[in-house]
Design a protein around this ligand. Structure first.
Ligand code: M6R
Length: 602
């Protein structure tokens, strides 16, 4: 989603600004722009499409400056266009904005804004208009922001340039902002990845904070414009995250990184020799709870679905799961003996964050399973279980998903451990995931061949039972996300309740079929498909292949798994199929249309 970068320094910082925008590219965007102050005048450039288009425009117009704000826009109000892209420049101010202003129409009326002054369809331009008026009224940029923020309903992070000053003014509510301190510059970004590499320290702004960034100083104020101190953290640049190496796409790199990312995550929490799980120390006693509520969106929600199967089978807890955008508004009862768990790669997903706040209001303990440490979700939760997947750049989540599953697996084993009875078979098997995944990745040609057979089909189905049901959903999500093909995931037993009507000659149905207790039932389901002309592509182990061979059009054999490891290991084939199919079709794998990496709007 939208991204903000701003730098105030001694030297021309256009190069660092553009590099910051490239670093935020992974979040998804459709246009970009920047503005700077030169000789007390604004200069700017905007373009639609890739950041390279903006870069060309900036070079052509020979823009250079040392007080610059920039933006990548992911359209919410108004289509992607130059007029709708940021910064918005008014008489005395320039603005870039992330988030959504819910009451912008009321604000237009209340502040008698002449609609002729609004050149875009965005909510953001209304803010630039009002801030410009407030600047004239207060003649003090901080007081003007304080007043502005009081008028706004919705979420925002703002960065303003103000004529007559040598500062960037920022503020945030519900949308993150991080400040970067350097030797001869200071900076701001919506994501630490957007800060210059030679940043020394960072400050995470808190809700309703306002800040003034100058070349050599940073001042932070609370919502009442009272000066406050915020903790400084050492900045560790994420070296290598921008490099694809020998891979064609970040998604490919991230898929192939999984033997390492899964192992890193598992070894962080488990000691193989001592057969012990070591979660970071916490006051949370799992025995104190009778319920666990797991909340997330998209792929992260699928990891919660898997966790529900594990927790129900392996602990005595009642488990409820929900999609964050629904749970937020549900009037569900939350008992005092509940533990709230939210799962998020980015740690910034707005709906998930709001559910975490709902848990906090109900005063139940909270755990977040997040990949981006110091994200809004990780900072708000009582306790963090990090997934050590490393930065995930591809919009389609791959390694973050398998790391979420790995953490959740250890979380379940930890509960068993507290209850005095850890499942040794499952515990030992998690250390073998690495080898199984390497074997799958070595045979990646199998998935290329399957993907090629899918290139001309209009619809594709994924089916599975038990813990393979969430993986079927994940397979379908991955495939539609990056190939734009219609693809549905179903619990295999559900086919006859409707979806079977869609099966006709040669419609591919990909069956996730570890040879487990559900296997025979699954065989019946595939015969229902076969009888209607569907094309069966089965992913199974050797035992499964023996039994199912005669019913299948294609079989891919992968290593034997169990109830605990199969969701992690079967995630690899579904990712590879989606990836290779996208390659055949020629879609933009890392930045699929209409999607964003970090969904910070509701
Ligand atoms: O950052 P989060 O894990 O909270 O993101 C949740 C979803 O937006 C995300 O998983 C999305 O579904 C992915 N693009 C799927 O590949």
């Amino acid at each position: 989603m939208c991204g903000i970068v701003g730098i105030v320094g001694r030297k021309n910082c256009i190069k660092e600004i553009i590099s910051g925008l490239y670093a935020l590219e992974y979040r998804g965007y459709d246009s970009s722009g920047l503005a700077l102050i030169k000789n007390n005048k604004f200069e700017f450039s905007k373009n639609i499409g890739k950041i390279s288009n903006l870069e060309k425009g900036v070079k052509k117009n020979k823009l250079s400056g040392n007080i610059v704000i920039a933006h990548t826009r992911w359209a919410t109000h108004g289509r992607p266009s130059i007029n709708n892209s940021h910064p918005f420049i008014k008489q005395n101010c320039a603005l870039v904005h992330n988030g959504i202003i819910e009451n912008y129409e009321d604000l237009i009326k209340y502040h008698s804004i002449n609609k002729k002054n609004l050149k875009s369809d965005t909510d953001s331009e209304v803010i630039a208009e009002i801030y410009n008026k407030l600047l004239n009224h207060f003649n003090n940029p901080i007081e003007a922001i304080k007043s502005l923020n009081k008028k706004i309903l919705g979420s925002f992070s703002f960065a303003f340039l103000v004529l007559g000053t040598k500062s960037i003014y920022v503020s945030r509510r519900g949308s993150p902002l991080v400040l970067g301190l350097g030797d001869d510059f200071n900076s701001v970004s919506s994501d630490a990845l957007g800060l210059p590499d030679n940043t020394k320290e960072i400050i995470y702004l808190e809700e309703n904070d306002i800040a003034q960034i100058n070349e050599s100083t940073i001042s932070v104020f609370d919502h009442n414009s009272k000066s406050i101190k915020r903790e400084r953290h050492k900045f560790i640049p994420k070296k290598g995250f921008k490099i694809k190496g020998n891979y064609k796409h970040f998604m490919e790199k991230e898929i192939f990184h999984q033997p390492i990312s899964i192992e890193d995550t598992i070894l962080n929490f488990a000691d193989k020799k001592r057969k012990t799980v070591y979660l970071p120390k916490t006051n949370i006693k799992f025995n104190d709870f009778s319920n666990i509520i797991l909340i997330a969106c998209g792929t992260a929600y699928h990891s919660c679905m898997v966790a529900k199967y594990w927790l129900e089978a392996m602990t005595n807890l009642n488990v409820s799961i929900d999609i964050a955008s629904e749970y937020r508004y549900r009037k569900s009862k939350i008992s005092k003996r509940s533990l709230g768990v939210v799962v998020s790669q980015s740690g910034e997903t707005m709906d998930t964050l709001k559910c975490l706040k709902k848990f906090k209001q109900k005063k139940i303990p909270t755990i977040s399973i997040v990949n981006v440490l110091n994200s809004s979700i990780s900072r708000l939760s009582d306790f963090i279980l990090p997934t050590l997947a490393g930065p995930e750049i591809g919009v389609a989540s791959t390694k973050a998903f398998t790391s979420q599953l790995s953490v959740l697996a250890l979380f379940v084993l930890n509960i068993q451990q507290e209850n005095g009875a850890i499942n040794k078979l499952y515990f030992n098997s998690i250390f073998k995931i690495h080898d199984s995944i390497n074997k799958i990745l070595k045979k990646n040609d199998d998935y290329k061949k399957i993907a090629q057979t899918l290139a001309d089909t209009k619809s594709i189905f994924y089916i599975g039972r038990g813990v393979m049901y969430p993986i079927a959903l994940e397979g379908a999500l991955k495939l539609k996300e990056i190939t734009y093909k219609h693809c549905e995931g179903y619990a295999a037993g559900e086919l006859k309740h409707g979806p079977l009507a869609l099966i006709e000659k040669n419609i591919p149905v990909i069956v996730l079929a570890p040879s487990d207790e559900n296997f025979l039932k699954l065989l019946s389901n595939i015969q229902e498909v076969k009888a209607r002309g569907g094309r069966i592509i089965m992913i199974t182990d050797k035992d499964g292949a023996k039994k199912a061979k005669k019913f299948c059009d294609h079989i891919i054999i992968i290593p034997k798994t169990n109830f605990f490891t199969s969701p992690i290991i079967y995630s690899l084939p579904i990712q590879l199929i989606a990836y290779y199919l996208a390659i055949f079709i020629g879609t933009d794998v890392d930045q699929p249309r209409n999607l964003a990496k970090s969904v910070t709007v509701e």
